[in-house]
Design a protein around this ligand. Structure first.
Ligand code: GZL
Length: 320
């Protein structure tokens, strides 16, 4: 009996000495929003690839755009005793309770691509772009493109209550403020999807004299822009010239539209948020290194003059 106790003691001591889990035997729960856009699908693909490459056991949960499914998934990850949780939060509010539960279970949470209104001691770090800056870059492009011509703008917003919808709207409005010739005449959510983007654009066209009153479309993501481009063509107008099209994400299909002269500009959002997230988790779990609360990814403007054909080819190999 004594020998067994000593052995057990030695094993326990060895366990403590080994410290927290290393990447190789790390189990991470990933609560993903859904697959509403080409960008979202690429983010999922790249997250799985990054996990595979690092030997991380990734537990994936698709919430189909519902916050209650994300909360359920997080609770299940906590019950499974994962080492860490990745969360792409569909909306910005309503996370305090479940993030407290993760904190009580001493499971670090990393936010991907969207932010939450909760206090930042409830998550380890957030990896994402400067969403407001993306909206500003889109607005600044349109200000330059239009000059002092009068321009009625219609806006397709992202998912209501999501941080990209809130911040991309604010950034765009900041960029066009002070330019009285630019005016947002219609603004509605297209929920980041092509289908909804087309539907809402059809209603904008009908409401604005068949589109003759509309000078430009600002869409919070390329997928809604691609849907809207279809609606503009079906209304007998030329997207990219009769109605300028500026959006965000830089997914491959927006470069196809640019090649056809049907889209004008997009602001790139990298779909590889998981790389920096896993790096931060690795350092934290290995030796307790605390990352910055926000790890920012770069945003870049692309226009028709940026050789959309070769960018399309490149993008096709980036997880899309
Ligand atoms: C923004 C991200 C957005 C993308 C959309 O960081 O959350 O969600 O711009 C996606 O394509 O639906």
């Amino acid at each position: 009996m004594k020998i067994l106790k000593t052995l057990a003691g030695a094993v326990a001591l060895a366990g403590l000495m080994a410290g927290p889990a290393l990447a190789a035997d790390m189990t991470v729960g990933f609560s993903q929003i859904g697959s509403e856009s080409g960008w979202r699908a690429a983010e999922t693909t790249l997250t799985k690839e990054q996990a595979e490459k690092r030997g991380i056991d990734l537990k994936f949960a698709d919430a189909q755009q519902k916050q209650e499914n994300q909360i359920k998934a997080i609770r299940s990850f906590i019950a499974q005793g994962v080492d860490a949780i990745l969360l792409a939060p569909v909306v910005a509010t309503g996370w305090d309770q479940v993030l407290e539960e993760a904190k009580d279970a001493e499971i670090p949470v990393v936010l991907l691509d969207r932010q939450v209104d909760s206090s930042d001691d409830l998550y380890l770090t957030a990896v994402g772009s400067d969403l407001e800056h993306e909206g500003e870059v889109a607005g600044e492009w349109l200000v330059k493109e239009v000059g002092d011509k009068d321009c009625n703008i219609v806006e397709l917003q992202g998912t209501t209550g999501s941080s990209p919808a809130i911040k991309r709207k604010a950034g765009f409005e900041k960029a066009i403020s002070g330019h009285d010739n630019l005016k947002i005449v219609r603004s509605q959510t297209g929920d980041f999807t092509r289908t909804k983007g087309k539907e809402v654009m059809e209603s904008f066209l009908k409401a604005e004299n068949g589109g003759k009153n509309i000078c430009a479309l600002y869409a919070h993501n390329d997928d809604m822009a691609v849907g809207a481009i279809q609606a503009i063509k079906e209304a007998g107008l030329k997207p990219g010239s009769d109605i300028l099209v500026v959006s965000i994400d830089a997914v491959p299909d927006i470069f196809l539209a640019m090649q056809n002269g049907e889209a004008n500009a997009t602001v790139e959002l990298t779909p590889n948020m998981a790389g920096p997230a896993f790096d931060a988790l690795d350092a934290y779990l290995k030796d307790g290194t605390k990352p910055e609360k926000f790890i920012q990814t770069e945003s870049k403007l692309y226009t028709q003059s940026d050789d959309p054909k070769s960018i399309y080819e490149e993008k096709k190999n980036q997880g899309y």
